[in-house]
Design a protein around this ligand. Structure first.
Ligand code: 13P
Length: 288
């Protein structure tokens, strides 16, 4: 199997994005991989610190190995928003393919310093590193009833992005361009700041850029962002909503049902459907 770098380069050349789909339960993993398999798409399985503590880092690696072998698909595992060197190191030691160190809430100097340590540790183990500059708001369990306000000062500054990449040598960079984790209650988030993405791109050239907070982001904006150089898009909230909403409805209307293989099967199908829509939207169908 080719490594993640091969697929990121392919995505950049052929202008598609690889979806990172987060999970904390095996039913979600099955749904994500089934969808990728149907559409012959490379796929990244993502776990935040919380998700991986619930699932287990080594358990996630073992499941990735089994599913890779079974499907022959390029399936990669990423630690999403690792907050400390120690936890990122644990994910690398467990066998993750990629790690995201999120030092975006730290002063830039400190963010650069820790990301550099992560890159040093990851490099010799063949692990790809994603860094983050600029502040991407909130978290993936939230539904916002009000308009989500993006502060200008939280957007990624092109010169900081360039300095960060030059000094840390991180392989990918997550940017703040009007995106945020979670989703507005209307189901559609405000437009991306494609002007900011263009300014970043003009400054940094061909580095791999990542869009977090993909749930609810307007489709046309995502497609445009991919054309402009986004090669990885993270999705979580929409999968959580599909999974939990379906389970809730199913159990409410079938109060006698207690067999997990019955009540989870329906939720699995719904997650698979959402993942399939995103894979098609990101253009990664038939790119495995
Ligand atoms: P959403 O929850 O908005 O899809 O964002 C997911 C994400 O960016 C994970 O890092």
């Amino acid at each position: 199997m080719k490594n993640i770098r091969f697929y990121l380069e392919k995505a950049q050349k052929e202008k598609f994005a690889i979806g990172q789909f987060n999970f904390s339960d095996f039913t979600q993993v099955k749904a994500i991989v089934a969808s990728a398999q149907n559409l012959k798409s490379p796929v990244i399985l993502g776990t935040s610190e919380g998700e991986s503590k619930f699932f287990g880092l080594e358990e996630a690696v073992a499941i990735r190995n089994v599913l890779r072998k079974k499907t022959g698909l390029p399936i990669f595992l990423n630690l999403d928003h690792g907050k400390s060197f120690e936890y990122v190191k644990q994910a690398i030691d467990a066998g993750y393919d990629m790690v995201h160190f999120d030092g975006s809430k730290l002063p830039l100097e400190e963010n650069i310093k820790i990301t550099k340590e992560v890159v040093k540790y990851a490099k010799w183990r063949g692990v790809t590193v994603e860094g983050e500059v600029g502040r991407i708001g909130t978290d993936s369990s939230k539904l916002y009833s009000d308009k989500f306000e993006i502060k200008e000062e939280d957007l990624t500054k092109p010169e900081e992005a360039l300095r960060f990449l030059n000094e840390t040598k991180a392989n990918l960079l997550a940017v703040s361009i009007g995106n945020f984790h979670g989703i507005e209650i209307s189901g559609v988030d405000p437009n991306l700041r494609l002007d900011v993405l263009k300014a970043i791109k003009d400054k940094i050239g061909n580095a791999f850029l990542v869009l977090h907070g993909g749930s609810g982001t307007p489709e046309d904006d995502m497609k445009e962002a991919i054309k402009m150089g986004i090669v990885k898009i993270n999705i979580n909230t929409e999968l959580r909503l599909a999974f939990s909403g379906n389970l809730r409805r199913f159990l409410d209307s079938n109060p006698q049902e207690i067999a997990p293989y019955n009540f989870l099967a329906d939720a699995e199908r719904v997650v698979e459907k959402v993942v399939g829509l995103k894979i098609k939207m990101f253009g990664s169908e038939n790119k495995a």
